[in-house]
Unconditional design. Structure first.
Length: 437
């Protein structure tokens, strides 16, 4: 390329010199014009060739190289462009990495995340939000639309809403840039479990107040009559018996509440040991048999050896409550059978009775605190309404499942299946029909 430029310069210079000399010495007109044309052509060719040679380093510039790639004069510019290109590449890589991290975080969130612009058009959202919005976007979703509108008006919004049986907390805030609202961000939290717990806590408080008030009112009324001398001497024994019975109900209720609280707080976690279910069943029967004999209730223990690594006091309480219920809600001269077994490595204990049974519509609720199928019958037999709740919580502590099958007039069968050693929890019973044919 350098040789071509050298020859072009030489030829152009010669023509230029010829023209100058011809003009000075009176060159013929035709020759002068010819030389002038040749000069013009060679000048244009030389200029184009020189221009291409000059811009070639720029055209072939590679940002990865750190030299001028042709001319030392432009090396500082090339070096600066190289550094700028590398800086841009680093910034783009950082932005891409931040975007990927943001997407990974939002995609894994159980909470719904939505970002909209001032026209309420979607800018960004995660899969959890997509499930809630559906295909119509924010504007067609009542869950998001109102919250987004308020946020775009500059207001921070927090409210709850129900959708498909779930309770959601919706948090919406405006996105501002230099004091100007440019969009809105909305986050949805599924608080169904929290709302359910709050409702249960409220119901529990109300029920506890009611359960405590009833016996206390009776005790207070009787004691007031006795204090004012309004009780005949021959009736003192009956009144004292009523005070004794109501006090017993209070003590039993308080003890059951304490047990439930301990199960909820996990205070038994350090008491685990190997528990022989057969021995537990026999101990429970020995304690209940004298009371059951007054109604002719027969107890029996059968089955094969079964051992659970668990909390002895809790397992004993679970079996006791099941057997106690089986006795209380049995018929005269009825039967209570406690059987044990190990099935597929899982310890199992079953308590069955020949009692009055449970109507189908109440089966799913009998494990709720203070829930009673027949309140008048429960009051008569002195139950606290917490026995089956203790069973349910005790099973949860041990990762066990509880299956109840019952039919009015045919009795009830409750089976507790504990996990096998090394197993987190036993599978749910295959039979979902909780009625006994």
């Amino acid at each position: 390329m350098t040789k071509k430029i050298t020859w072009a310069v030489a030829v152009t210079a010669a023509l230029g010199l010829g023209l100058a000399l011809g003009a000075y010495f009176g060159m013929p007109e035709a020759l002068f014009i010819t030389l002038a044309c040749l000069y013009a052509v060679f000048s244009a060719a030389f200029a184009g060739l020189a221009a291409r040679n000059i811009v070639k380093p720029l055209r072939d510039f590679d940002p990865e190289r750190k030299t001028g790639q042709g001319y030392k004069e432009i090396e500082p510019i090339m070096d600066r462009l190289t550094r700028q290109s590398q800086l841009i590449d680093m910034q783009m890589a950082g932005l891409k990495r931040s975007q990927e991290e943001f997407r990974a975080i939002t995609d894994s969130m159980a909470e719904g995340f939505v970002l909209v612009d001032t026209d309420m058009k979607l800018v960004s959202y995660n899969p959890s939000a997509r499930k809630l919005m559906g295909d119509g976007g924010v504007e067609s979703s009542g869950l998001f639309r109102d919250a987004a509108q308020q946020a775009l008006e500059g207001r921070h919004t927090e409210r709850t809403a129900e959708l498909d049986g779930h309770v959601y907390q919706i948090l919406a805030s405006p996105v501002e840039d230099g004091g100007r609202i440019t969009g809105a961000v909305i986050v949805t939290l599924d608080i169904t479990e929290k709302a359910h717990r709050e409702a249960m806590r409220h119901d529990f408080s109300s029920n506890v107040s009611h359960e405590l008030r009833t016996p206390l009112t009776s005790i207070y009324g009787i004691s007031e009559l006795m204090m004012n001398g309004m009780v005949k001497p021959e009736d003192v024994t009956d009144f004292a018996r009523n005070i004794h019975d109501e006090s017993g109900r209070l003590i039993a209720l308080i003890n059951d509440i304490i047990k439930l609280t301990q199960l909820d707080d996990g205070v038994y976690e350090l008491e685990r040991a190997e528990v022989d279910l057969v021995a537990v069943a026999k101990s429970v029967v020995a304690r209940l048999k004298p009371v059951g004999a007054l109604r002719g209730i027969e107890f029996a223990v059968t089955g094969s050896p079964a051992t659970v690594h668990g909390i002895p006091s809790v397992i004993d309480e679970m079996v006791y409550n099941l057997a106690d219920n089986a006795m209380k809600y049995n018929v005269e001269n009825g039967r209570v059978l406690i059987s044990t077994a190990t099935l597929s490595g899982r310890p199992v204990i079953t308590v069955s009775d020949t009692g009055i049974g449970i109507p189908r519509e109440h089966v799913d609720r009998v494990f709720e605190r203070f829930y009673r199928v027949d309140k008048s019958h429960s009051k008569k037999i002195g139950g606290t309404g917490l026995g089956l709740s203790i069973v349910k919580h005790g099973a949860a502590v041990h990762g066990a499942s509880v299956d109840l099958k019952s039919r009015p007039g045919r009795g009830t069968v409750v089976t507790i299946t504990f996990p096998a050693p090394g197993e987190d929890a036993p599978p749910a019973p295959a039979d979902t029909d909780k009625t006994e044919e």
